[in-house]
Structures are given as structure tokens and as C-alpha cells.
Ligand binder design. Structure first.
Ligand code: AMP
Ligand code: MG
Length: 421
């Protein structure tokens, strides 16, 4: 099988998957989910013309002048007096404008000359400091469209239109499995001949960062029968992430065992560094015997065992798949342009993802390598703000060269990958 370009492999992954069905969720639990329906305004807001300031409601044609104060209007009051020429009403922010008034003057711009008169020495346009009826939203307006990610601002809008429950796309169920005879579980005593299992937890956190609580299946030994038992369990979930054992070593049983269980392998080699070998397969489900039957098909990633490789593959392939399942329209990490803080030498042939730290100066972002880029050195990932993406044909870059960096922290995503491979 050929080495696939990153973008080609991403297309295969994303074309295999559809958005899940929707479910109802309470407003309080909706942060980070994606709306499955359009949301309509249920009334005009503000419901009438209101003051934007504490001050005086006036007839703009009367200004400048000394005006008689005929009423005191607070938020929630119903104004009773119609303003005649030479009259004004004291008004609070959010209170309805009295009939006859067409503008508001802030209290700071007025001088009170007696208990019932105020002097205003400026002129204003009609509408000054007035919030007009329906300016915020009009009854029946689509205020939020399906596909919108629920942010704190969106939650505010949902509360405004009294949406205490709403339809959002379901989350996929995700299982994580580590493989390898050399692996030591976190609760086992330290054995100097073993390798601590970090992939289970780094992948767990990457899944959690997308708002999904994964199931940890533990460690399967490099034994076909044991592996088969674990993989069978893993395939009950919508998405199974297996790390290690996907290469071409004689004890790399993951791919043949997955295939034996009915999974169709779509690819297993991608021209990226770190990253290959990365395998991706689909299990077409026929029976509903699964832990969660949200998805029609189950998806399996055979991630590289090397800790950095497995995390980078998650970012480039697994996260976009999970986000598409949850209805997100923006699937890829946000990218920024930066300048390289030092020269970089590259071997051409594969798209490289270099772990970098970002600083900024008056010319923008500056990217510098987090140190040794060996795919086994997880600290390079722990220290990274982003992944600098280097096209496959690049042999090196000088200091100051403009580069694309995919941001690793935060929750910002975009439609396209934003990099050239
Ligand atoms: P493999 O893909 O199984 O050949 O593993 C490649 C490298 O990654 C080996 O050095 C493994 O020891 C290491 N490795 C595999 N799985 C894990 C894991 N869960 N945690 C940490 N390192 C791992
Ligand atoms: Mg292994």
C-alpha cells in the first residue's frame, strides 16, 4: 500500500463519517455542544424603545434649553405622561421612553437647576442614546443556526429566547486501548525493564478536551488471542483508538486482528513525521448490540505507539472525525503564521509536524522548537504551544522564514487545515 498524503488520508477519514443524531440537552449542560436546530426569537427585544443611559428623555427639537421635569421613569415602569414642548422625564437605563420623547441626554451632560427643572446646553439627533424596539432581535428572527457551537455568548442568547432545553448533536462513545508486552500500567510497581503506558492518558486527555469522556480499556499484550478479546470489546464503541502494534513488526498484530473482526482497513500508511504507521478502518454495523448505538458505523484508528506520534495523529485525524460526528463545522485546529526563530534542517519526503513554542513581538508570532523532536520524547509535546507544519518537499528553512503553526491549546478551530503539506 502507498504512503498517503496527509490531506488525502484526512479526506478518507472525514468522508467515512456523518454527524450523529441529535438529543435534547438542558441549557446548563450545553456548553461546547453543537445546535441541531435553528433557534428563533420568541419576542421583540427590547420590547419597546428604551433608554441606553441614566439621564433625561427629551424632545430633541427643544434643545438647547431649560426643561421642566414631569416624570421619573425607572426600568420596569410604564410611563404615564406625554411630553409636551419644553418638558422632559428623568429616565433610567433600560426604562421605556415616554410618548413624545425621541432622544436621551446622559445625566453627565445636564445641569439640574431646581428640583423640577434641568438645563441642557447641547443639541442631539433624534434617537440619541435610545435602544429601539427589536434592535436586539425581532420575534421570528433566526438568531442561531443549526451547526452553531455553544459558547458562553450563545448560552446568553439561548437564555434570552427562553430556550431551557435544545436539540444538540450526540457525542460519540470513545474507547482507548494500549498494546505492547513492554507496557507497565500506571498502578503497577515500577519495573526498570518496562515502559510506562502514557498513551492511554495522553489520548484520554485529548478526547476529554473535545468534551467527550472516553472509556479506558487498559493494556493488551502482543498476543493475537488476547488482542482479539480487547479489540472485540473496543468495537462496541463508536470510535476505538488503539495505540502501538500497527507497524510491520512480526508482533504487530493489531491490523490483522482488526480485519479478522470485520473491519475494512481504509489506509495504514501516511507520509507524515511523526505519524506513520497510522491505520484507519471502518466497521459496518448490522446489529444493535453495542454499548452506544449512536453511530451506524464504528471507526478504528491504529495509532503509532510512539507517544508523540500518537498525539500528533490524534490532532490531525481523530479530532476532526470526532468533531464532525458531534456536528461541528470547524474541524481543524486554528493556524497562525509565525516567523522561525532559528534555522531548521529537514529531510524531504514527509510532511513534518515540529513541536514549537510561540512568543510574540511587534512583528507577530515567533516560533522556536521545543527541543529534541524524537517521536519518543513526550516533553517536546508537553512544552509545545503548537505544531509547525513543514511541507514534504522542504529541505530546510532559514531563520525568519514565515511558517504556519497549528495552535494546540484553546478551543479554537477552523474549517480548513490551513497548512500546505
Ligand atoms: P509500536 O508501535 O508498538 O512498535 O511501539 C513504538 C514505540 O512506542 C515503542 O518504543 C513502544 O514501547 C512505545 N509505546 C507503545 N505504546 C505505548 C504506550 N501506550 N505508552 C508509551 N509508549 C508506548
Ligand atoms: Mg508494540
Amino acid at each position: 500500500m502507498e504512503y498517503l498524503k496527509v490531506s488525502h488520508a484526512q479526506r478518507i477519514v472525514l468522508d467515512s463519517v456523518a454527524t450523529l443524531k441529535s438529543e435534547s440537552v438542558a441549557l446548563e449542560a450545553s456548553l461546547g455542544r453543537v445546535l441541531a436546530d435553528n433557534i428563533l426569537a420568541n419576542r421583540d427585544l427590547p420590547p419597546y424603545d428604551v433608554s441606553a443611559m441614566d439621564g433625561f428623555a427629551v424632545r430633541s427639537a427643544d434643545l438647547p434649553g431649560t426643561l421642566a421635569i414631569v416624570e421619573d421613569i425607572k426600568a420596569g415602569d410604564n410611563p404615564k405622561v406625554l411630553l409636551k414642548p419644553g418638558q422632559c422625564s428623568r429616565i433610567m437605563t433600560g426604562a421605556p421612553l415616554p410618548h413624545g420623547a425621541d432622544a436621551v441626554i446622559r445625566v453627565e451632560d445636564t445641569q439640574q437647576v431646581s428640583t423640577d427643572a434641568v438645563q441642557i446646553n447641547l443639541t442631539v439627533q433624534s434617537g440619541n442614546d435610545v435602544r429601539f424596539r427589536g434592535e436586539n432581535m425581532r420575534s421570528g428572527d433566526v438568531v442561531l443556526t443549526a451547526g452553531t457551537e455553544i459558547t458562553p455568548g450563545v448560552i446568553g442568547v439561548l437564555a434570552t429566547v427562553k430556550c431551557a432545553h435544545m436539540q444538540v448533536y450526540r457525542k460519540p462513545s470513545v474507547a482507548i486501548l494500549s498494546t505492547g508486552n513492554e507496557l507497565e500500567a500506571i498502578d503497577e510497581p515500577v519495573d526498570p525493564n518496562k515502559i510506562p503506558d502514557s498513551n492511554t492518558y495522553a489520548l484520554m486527555a485529548q478526547v476529554q478536551a473535545l468534551g467527550i469522556e472516553p472509556v479506558l480499556l487498559g493494556i493488551a499484550r502482543d498476543d493475537p488471542a488476547e488482542l482479539e478479546q480487547y479489540l472485540k470489546r473496543g468495537l462496541e464503541y463508536d470510535v476505538l483508538l488503539v495505540s502501538g502494534g500497527t507497524s510491520v513488526g512480526v508482533h504487530d498484530y493489531v491490523r490483522p486482528t482488526i480485519e479478522k473482526l470485520g473491519v475494512t482497513m481504509k489506509f495504514w500508511r501516511v507520509a507524515m513525521k511523526p505519524g506513520h504507521p497510522l491505520a484507519f478502518g471502518v466497521l459496518h454495523r448490522t446489529e444493535k448490540i453495542f454499548v452506544a448505538d449512536a453511530a451506524q458505523d464504528a471507526f478504528v484508528f491504529g495509532l503509532p505507539g510512539n507517544p508523540v506520534s500518537s498525539m500528533v495523529c490524534f490532532e490531525e485525524f481523530v479530532a476532526p472525525l470526532l468533531r464532525r460526528m458531534m456536528g461541528n463545522l470547524r474541524l481543524h485546529r486554528r493556524t497562525v503564521t509565525a516567523r522561525l526563530a532559528h534555522p531548521l534542517k529537514m529531510k524531504p519526503g514527509r510532511t513534518e509536524f515540529v513541536r514549537v513554542q510561540l512568543t510574540s513581538d511587534d512583528k507577530g508570532y515567533l516560533a522556536s522548537s521545543t527541543g529534541t523532536q524524537s517521536s519518543g520524547v513526550l516533553l517536546s509535546m508537553a512544552r509545545a504551544d503548537g505544531l509547525l507544519v513543514i511541507p514534504a518537499d522542504c529541505t530546510g528553512l532559514p531563520e525568519g522564514a514565515p511558517v504556519i503553526v497549528q495552535l494546540l491549546d484553546g478551543t479554537e478551530f477552523q474549517n480548513e487545515t490551513g497548512y500546505i503539506e
